[in-house]
Design a protein around this ligand. Sequence first.
Ligand SMILES: *[C@@H]1O[C@H](CO)[C@@H](O)[C@H](O)[C@H]1NC(C)=O
Ligand SMILES: *[C@@H]1O[C@H](CO)[C@@H](O)[C@H](O)[C@H]1NC(C)=O
Ligand SMILES: *[C@@H]1O[C@H](CO)[C@@H](O)[C@H](O)[C@H]1NC(C)=O
Ligand SMILES: *[C@@H]1O[C@H](CO)[C@@H](O)[C@H](O)[C@H]1NC(C)=O
Ligand SMILES: *[C@@H]1O[C@H](CO)[C@@H](O)[C@H](O)[C@H]1NC(C)=O
Length: 508
Amino acid sequence: MKSLIVLTTAAGIALAQLCEHQWEGSFAKRKAGTIQTRQDVAPPPLDIQPLIVTGPSSNRIDLIFFGDGYTEDEKDKFFADAMALAMNVTDGQTFADVVPLMNFWAGFSPSAESGVGVGGRPLDTVYGLYRDGTELRGVYYDKPEVARAACDSTDACDYPILLGNDPLYGGLGGDFTVVTASPVNGPAVLRHELGHSIIDVGEEYEGGYAYFGVNAAQSPDSVPWEQWYTEPSSEPKIQRTNMPIQAYPWTLLNTTQKWSDTFTSAGTYDTYLLQFSVSGMTESSDLRVEVDGKDVGWEINPEVGVDRYIYNMKIDSALSPGEHELSFTLLNEEIEGTAQLCNLEVLEYGVAEEEFNFELKYHGLYPTFSDTNKTSYRPTNDYCTMRSIYSPNYCYACLEGLWLALLKPLSLIDNVTQTAQPDGSTKVSLDLLPLAEFREIPIPHQEAYTILWYGADENVVLEQWSNSTSALLGPDVTEFGVEVKFWSEQIRVDKDGVLVEKERYVVT
Ligand SMILES: *[C@@H]1O[C@H](CO)[C@@H](O)[C@H](O)[C@H]1NC(C)=O
Ligand SMILES: *[C@@H]1O[C@H](CO)[C@@H](O)[C@H](O)[C@H]1NC(C)=O
Ligand SMILES: *[C@@H]1O[C@H](CO)[C@@H](O)[C@H](O)[C@H]1NC(C)=O
Ligand SMILES: *[C@@H]1O[C@H](CO)[C@@H](O)[C@H](O)[C@H]1NC(C)=O
Ligand SMILES: *[C@@H]1O[C@H](CO)[C@@H](O)[C@H](O)[C@H]1NC(C)=O
């Protein structure tokens, strides 16, 4: 699906700035509305291998990983890293239901140096990936024109993904999705960033500034996911929550002095959540996290090592009315210079059950607070990967949006084959997108195709072939029609009519 490139590029201008305030660095110097494309740049030599291929690129959404910072000797590692990411986001989770609409590819070009740059300086690599400082945050690209040329050189590039050869957190949404080979964070960043690019939605987490699309409501009076309310009769009911503090310090911690800040609680909430992300820690004894001088009992996720990780600590007691102190004390002097506090926030929740529904898949109206503390609403509390990047799921509104976005440029019909029979009749066979009964890997959700055949009269259904992928047309028939409808319980509203396709063909 080559044509999509233009769409992603146009949308990418807005999307480029999503995710954790990554508007710093040279990326920000892009002027809105200009696309950095240099026609004179030759594509790098590419060795493209299929990872997950479900059909012809002409009728699939093609995602392709382009490796950066992988040397010739690391070619196998690149294909393994790319395959691990593709498998993670399709194997029983995230894109599992829609994967028959997608292909995943990996394109290797050798880099002269291994890894990604730091301190704002790219290494000698194909696309020039680098971090602004050493903090585990955005990973930017220095050579968009090379990435564009690589993408333009293949039919299999609707969504280009630059995969940096680095084991730690980092990424970026936009024209090019950037991810790293971080075992814990790579899949999380990939599915979150692809949510932005493919579904065209903004954030669901606090402290951002872009909240739009099928998962965002600016007011309870205009909610785009009403069809997904778990209890329609009790909506719109705003779940009661408040965010007394939110910050992105991105600060290196030291043992001389703790990092602390104060916030005020109204004292009218029942419980609260302390969320923060840190990097550079290896032991629970490296850091003490306190609220009002009381240790909250932080423990490191042992799988993470020095990588960045976002911790959510639900505290089942109320904050009293008035001022509180939140502090982070580094206890291990040896990791000064690497131990970092990335972001933090506190959320307070109303009285359980009646005021705030914590049920994972409950779809209602949950307030989200922006960087300027402006309220918008999202469908679920913590179910969606657009909010909780370690959740492998899209909420139902995002999943529906994903289906529609993927199906829109595709045809439900992959191929129509006509075969002349000895008696002069014609056998017509359809290949449909491999959904419903044509899936190779079944899913636990209901789906169905309805197939109707029409003869010379475009309004008369040839009943005997209904729901059959083939029909036998008599010798006198010169043209015929096919109507294919796809139904999935994961799609409730189809404003653009992407679930039905009606075509007429001439008998050849
Ligand atoms: C995906 O990656 C995460 C993080 O490493 C891991 O916990 C999870 O088990 C993986 N899931 C699949 C299906 O591969
Ligand atoms: C956001 O606004 C609410 C309501 O006015 C207030 O209670 C809260 O402290 C504010 N939070 C921040 C981080 O400014
Ligand atoms: C130590 O950390 C504190 C709190 O973040 C900061 O104010 C102070 O400048 C740091 N000291 C040094 C020497 O970096
Ligand atoms: C359509 O089917 C014909 C006959 O089987 C085949 O030759 C052709 O390659 C198919 N086209 C696509 C796009 O799959
Ligand atoms: C064709 O399949 C659809 C979807 O399963 C079903 O609703 C419909 O009744 C079927 N039509 C016939 C004629 O069997």
